[in-house]
Design a protein around this ligand. Structure first.
Ligand SMILES: NC(=O)N[C@@H](CC(=O)O)C(=O)O
Ligand SMILES: [Zn+2]
Ligand SMILES: [Zn+2]
Length: 368
């Protein structure tokens, strides 16, 4: 049946403030899916070996730009992986010359490729103090690694044990609590009027932990932090649709080969890049908040990072449900595309640019 758009929504081209692009064949395969819909993305540094220095970030940025499809104007924004031997001068230099926008804190052992991360925050204090001085944000994977702590509590415990004391010790350090998954995380951000933000993924807005475990084990819904119970999902939706500047989109699109996910010990991460904006449109529409999608996806992130919002526009169109590809091929194996579990009626119109005609998101209007 031919596609019939019945509703259109124009918004500034979104950015992704938390993205995994990997390297090599995987980078080649996943990058076009982000570059198609997003103007910029903060690229996570958890390669093997990790992207630690300014020079490594510049080299990785060059590899990403070389992998861009022809005519792609996508801009990768680089991060530095914080280790206990990170040099404060190198970090400051990379920030001030524009090579890196932020530093990423992985508690050692918390997630995929975090083994070079931080065990003792005291050891990185000189780096954090320097970052506070120069206004460089710290992006945080906010989970404790203590095996005594239940996996569903690890974000909340991190906030109490690590984040609150850190905030007291270095109050001027700008912090992004990445991929927030709990009411506790939302409350922590709301309690801090300045200098604290949080990214929210599309998948945490649409799944709770039942998606992973009820009626069978579904590895493609397993990511870290792991999805929590429904009350937390609702808190995340409330934060995302609130228009509150401190909450912005970070997809955490984290591709892994299916052969790595479908294992007795499969790895964490959901590949959402190809479906992020259609999913968000469904979520915001269901919450009667389509007029705030632009704040979440296109305005709040740049405001936090002190960057201009994109001038270019994209159009989201609503029509008959469409089926995204079940997976993409990387040449080295397939990667399953995140399935939200409901039909997608919205899609991003191809090659669309409204040329800056509209000052902000329009309320959807009937164009049929
Ligand atoms: N989110 C995930 O489950 N996985 C991410 C790492 C991360 O963001 O924690 C990955 O790199 O695969
Ligand atoms: Zn993470
Ligand atoms: Zn991530």
């Amino acid at each position: 049946m031919p596609y019939r758009a019945t509703t259109r929504l124009i918004l500034r081209r979104p950015d992704d403030w938390h993205l995994h692009l990997r390297d090599g064949a995987m980078l080649q395969a996943v990058l076009p899916h982000t570059a198609r819909d997003f103007a910029r993305a903060i690229v996570m540094p958890n390669l093997v070996p990790p992207v630690v220095t300014g020079a490594q970030a510049a080299a990785y940025r060059d590899r990403i730009l070389a992998a861009l499809p022809d005519g792609g104007r996508f801009q990768p924004l680089m991060t530095l992986y914080l280790t206990e031997s990170t040099d404060p001068d190198d970090v400051a230099h990379a920030f001030l010359d524009g090579t890196a926008l932020a530093v990423k804190l992985y508690p050692a052992g918390a997630t995929t490729n975090s083994q070079s991360g931080v065990r003792d925050l005291e050891r990185v204090r000189p780096v954090l103090e320097r970052m506070a001085e120069i206004g460089m944000p710290l992006c945080i994977h906010g989970e404790v690694t203590d095996p005594e702590v239940d996996i569903f509590d690890r974000e909340a415990v991190f906030i109490d044990r690590v984040l609150k004391p850190l905030r007291r010790r270095i109050p001027d350090l700008r912090i992004v609590l990445e991929h927030v998954t709990t009411q506790h995380g939302v409350d922590f951000v709301r309690d801090h009027p300045r200098g604290v933000g949080a990214t929210i993924t599309a998948h945490h807005l649409v799944i709770n932990r039942n998606a992973i475990l009820a009626g069978g084990i579904r590895p493609h819904y397993y990511c870290l932090p792991v999805a929590k119970r429904e009350t937390h999902r609702i808190a995340l939706v409330q934060a995302a649709i609130s228009g509150d500047e401190r909450f912005f989109l970070g997809t955490d699109s984290a591709p892994h080969l299916d052969t790595a996910k479908l294992q007795p010990c499969g790895c964490a991460g959901c590949f959402t890049a190809p479906v992020t904006l259609p999913i968000l449109a469904e979520v915001f529409e269901a919450a009667e908040a389509l007029d705030r999608l632009e704040s979440f996806a296109s305005l709040n992130g740049p405001a936090f990072y002190g960057l201009p919002a994109n001038e270019e526009r994209i159009t989201l169109a609503k029509g008959d449900p469409w089926a995204p590809p079940a997976s993409i091929d990387t040449g080295e194996g397939t990667v399953t595309v995140f399935d939200p579990g409901f039909p997608l009626h919205w899609h991003v119109e191809a090659g669309q640019s409204a040329g800056g005609a509209s000052p902000s998101a329009e309320r959807p209007s009937d164009t049929a």
